[in-house]
Design a protein around this ligand. Structure first.
Ligand code: IPE
Ligand code: IPE
Ligand code: MG
Length: 246
């Protein structure tokens, strides 16, 4: 028999539709235990799967997870390699997730720098996953993602379309701009969560977070469990979102 889902007393009628998470604190988690940083990343990746399943199961519609930023290339080569290897290993879990839960998976960020083999596999996963486009759940996995790069890329595409006479100046508005971002078609995040005690955005979803509610926690990502996510959602449910109105 299927185990009943523990929803931690959440009001499921008032869930954030789209949650974004900066999965931070893996390195400190490992350091505290005298383990190599890569061990923290491995635990972080495991946690990612639990949290993704929980979000799907309670009825969240979109989840965007920050896994590797455009600035993270500046880490020691050994750590970057460990992160890329871990990501390659985990690709199969995304396929599983799509199979079990019928979820759409998208990789957001610039794929070329990740290498031909990985890029090819990611494109295959996305192509397979497109059949679940209307399933009601999308997982955006941000890898080699930087919001400034994303915005510049959109600006260049729009400039090109203007130059080619495909669009007029008047047509360039917020809605058209959003359509050129990696997150096109997905409504902006309602809730952004950053564990690990840091209170900054670190080049994540700068355009999309214009009216997002922020939630910070001191818990390190590998320890950030479904219950902690439920606490974040409960806090979100108490907020009064005004969008500039009174
Ligand atoms: C997040 O954990 C994972 C990535 C940024 C790739 P960190 O590796 O940043 O962990 P801390 O912040 O050093 O603890
Ligand atoms: C942000 O974390 C990126 C990811 C979690 C993938 P960082 O650890 O790279 O951010 P900073 O350097 O503390 O701002
Ligand atoms: Mg960090």
């Amino acid at each position: 028999m299927k185990k009943k889902l523990n929803t931690y007393g959440l009001d499921l009628e008032n869930l954030p539709k789209h949650i974004a998470i900066i999965m931070d604190g893996n390195g400190r988690w490992a350091k505290k235990r005298g383990l190599p940083r890569s061990a923290g990343h491995a635990r972080g990746a495991e946690n990612l799967r639990h949290i993704t399943h929980f979000c799907y199961d309670i009825g969240v519609k979109a989840l965007t997870l920050y896994a590797f930023s455009t600035e993270n290339w500046n880490r020691p080569l050994q750590e970057v390699t460990a992160l890329m290897d871990l990501f390659a290993e985990n690709l199969n879990h995304y396929v599983e997730l799509m199979g079990d839960r019928q979820a759409e998976v998208r990789f957001i960020g610039e794929k070329d720098r990740l290498g031909d083999k990985l890029k090819q596999k990611m494109l295959e996963v996305e192509a397979y996953s497109r059949q679940f486009k209307d399933s009601g759940f999308v997982l955006n996995f941000a890898i080699n993602y930087g919001s400034r790069d994303e915005i510049l890329r959109a600006a260049k595409q729009i400039a090109q379309d203007y130059k080619n006479g495909k669009i007029s100046l008047d047509e360039i508005d917020a809605s058209l701009f959003s359509e050129h971002l990696y997150t096109h078609g997905v409504p902006d995040p309602d809730l952004l969560i950053r564990p690990s005690g840091e209170q900054r955005i670190s080049n994540f979803l700068l355009w999309q977070c214009a009216y997002t509610e922020f939630y910070y926690s001191d818990i390190l990502w590998p320890d950030f469990k479904a219950k902690n996510l439920a606490d974040a959602i409960k806090e979100y449910q108490k907020r009064n979102r005004r969008f500039g109105k009174v």
